[in-house]
Design a protein around this ligand. Sequence first.
Ligand code: 2AM
Ligand code: CA
Ligand code: CA
Ligand code: CA
Length: 263
Amino acid sequence: MIHSALINVMVKAARRAGRNLKRDLGEIEHLQVSLKGPANFVSRADKKAEEMLYEDLSKARPGYGFIGEEGGKREGSDKSHTWIVDPLDGTTNFLHGIPQFAISIALQRDDTVIAGVIYNPANDELYIAERGKGAFLNDQRLRVAARRQLNESVIACGLPHIGRGDHQLFLREIAALQTKVAGLRRFGAASLDLAFVAAGRFDAYWERDLQAWDIAAGLIMVREAGGTISGIDGKDDALTTGHVICGNEVIHRELLKVLKAAG
Ligand code: 2AM
Ligand code: CA
Ligand code: CA
Ligand code: CA
């Protein structure tokens, strides 16, 4: 499968940083783990991966801006293009040796995400999407699941983190959903939850209080796989609000209805 030069740049960067992550998986004693807040871990692996990604991406596209979880925002001379990068999404899984984590790279032009790459080095699953060109998992074209009933659907979610978000609201939502769906899952890496929706593995996914680097690459993945993704208000504001819900058009609508009623 032949991808654009842009996608090749993103894939190469993801694979290089991914090799390091794979080597370091679960090696907490060597990784200088520290806390950014309650239950909010960061390690040398996160920081090293971000530096490698910054190096590769800014070398290939000099002048583009760069926003990364660990290094913040670095302005470029080209004000219309910005990389949005999570060097290690699913740090908690990673530090526990759980192979559900990923590198997430998106390119935004003005306010639109035009390309996304999500790479899990633990199982070598590589997700690619480019605006208007579809979404792929290891060269296989992706399509969101076609199920139209919540009671046939497996729905992924994120839990509110300690010290943030509305825990009572989450409990009401789960209480409302548990008798209506085929399964609920909480895997803990937002970029992969979105990629799994794109791949038709999850029928839908919702989570609140995320950051742009958790969502940006997954957003284009879901859209290019034919899915619907929005903020939890139903508007096209997931990237700016950090609240996200997605699925095929029907399940997206049905899930949104249940969440609204629970709120
Ligand atoms: P991270 O591993 O890059 O931090 C899981 O629900 C998602 O939330 C993950 O994508 C994870 O990304 C992020 N996350 C984990 N702990 C968090 C915290 N304490 N605050 C905000 N986001 C967090
Ligand atoms: Ca983090
Ligand atoms: Ca993240
Ligand atoms: Ca991260």
